[in-house]
Design a protein around this ligand. Structure first.
Ligand SMILES: [Zn+2]
Length: 66
């Protein structure tokens, strides 16, 4: 996990004691810069999966009724 400090722009693989910045002691650390994008694509995949299942269920129900 990579950490970036928003106060002193420290970048490193580890945070300081108690999760603060090892350089300036600030708790304004952002972990893993690429995380929001990954979470967004994951959410999109879930929505796509639900849509696909909904389509499948609708198709099955339609077939049962006809
Ligand atoms: Zn810092």
């Amino acid at each position: 996990m990579n950490y970036t400090c928003k106060d002193c722009s420290y970048r490193g693989k580890s945070s300081g004691q108690g999760g603060g910045c090892p350089a300036c002691g600030s708790f304004n650390l952002a972990g893993k810069i690429s995380a929001p994008a990954a979470r967004k694509s994951g959410k999109l995949r879930v929505i796509l999966l639900i849509a696909l299942w909904g389509y499948l269920f609708a198709l099955i129900i339609w077939k049962l009724n006809h």
